[in-house]
Design a protein around this ligand. Sequence first.
Ligand SMILES: Nc1nc2c(ncn2[C@@H]2O[C@H](COP(=O)(O)OP(=O)(O)OP(=O)(O)O)[C@@H](O)[C@H]2O)c(=O)[nH]1
Ligand SMILES: [Mg+2]
Ligand SMILES: [Zn+2]
Length: 351
Amino acid sequence: MSEALQKLGLVPFFTQQLVDTSLLDGRVGRVAAVQRSNIVVFCDGGTLSVGLSPALQQARPVDRPTVGDWVVMDESLTRIEQVLERKSLFKRIGAGTSTEFQPVAANIDTLFVVTSCNEEFKESRLERYLALCNEAGALPVIVLTKIDLTDDTADYVSRARGVQVGVAVETANALDPTTLGGVRAWIDDNATVALVGSSGVGKSTLLNSLAGDSLAETSGIREQDKKGRHTTTHRELHRLATGGLLIDVPGMRELRVAEVDQSLGVVFEDIEALAIRCQFADCRHDSEPGCAVLQAIEEGKLDKRRLLSYQKLQRESALASATLAEKRAQSRSFGKMVKEVKKLKQKKGTT
Ligand SMILES: Nc1nc2c(ncn2[C@@H]2O[C@H](COP(=O)(O)OP(=O)(O)OP(=O)(O)O)[C@@H](O)[C@H]2O)c(=O)[nH]1
Ligand SMILES: [Mg+2]
Ligand SMILES: [Zn+2]
């Protein structure tokens, strides 16, 4: 395996999927950006701009190449023919009325959930990101930026630690590289980190300071409500000269969760541990007698906000599962109908 591919994060998990290891000599690469009509791929020889094979053009959005994917190109290096199985995938349900999964970043090792020490900071938003991160199979690190603008960093840190038992929390002034030691320690050689969070929290600023170079555009936030201006418009994989890969992701306006049942147990381990002691096994922690969760709230041991956030995510996750099940059933009955029509046609043909 070439050193260049290793530095891009290639590991045996991907090479084992190749039918022929000679493909490693030039035909394997990693998706750095997805633009309207072409895809930017980093490979052994440098950077290529390629298209998609007809089959991939027809594929579902979640199966098409996304930023961070490992891909195999055709002999002429003009189009992607295969997307290698992903090690991890951070995805959400698309914005608006969509019920489709939208891939955000593939094959990431660590997710920096970036939030700033101002009005933008919200525990429930962090809980949402952490649920998606655990579902994706990546390690979450909460990065608190703009510590230079508050006298209360310790308070933000303790609130951030409260969103998941044992979660790592780092602080930074993204404009000052000397404050980035804690964050930098999470960026391993050849490993991939994606930066997610609301617009204006400083993801691109952090990326530039970590890289020691102006790789991504940044711009000021609106003074009146501290909201960002959606400066980063597309997802992009960047290489750090010091080793490691960072994916800058545009600030998300809406973050709907997909099926996250399993990971809610990780994020809300404290609530699920309490729930075991509820009198009724199917307790909804609403107004039932003998509810250990409600008791903990009453005793000031658990924040009511956290229970509401847990229940909201549970409802959203159930809705996503139901929609998915409905879609599967629909496509099954459609498939059945097509088969029956085919059979009928064949019969007609034979008589
Ligand atoms: N004082 C201070 N300003 C910061 C810090 N981090 C970012 N900023 C400023 O916040 C503004 C927004 O930063 P960006 O890096 O563009 O934010 P972003 O998260 O990439 O936003 P989108 O690309 O819109 O998602 C810029 O004016 C930065 O200079 C910080 O730690 N301290
Ligand atoms: Mg940005
Ligand atoms: Zn209960």
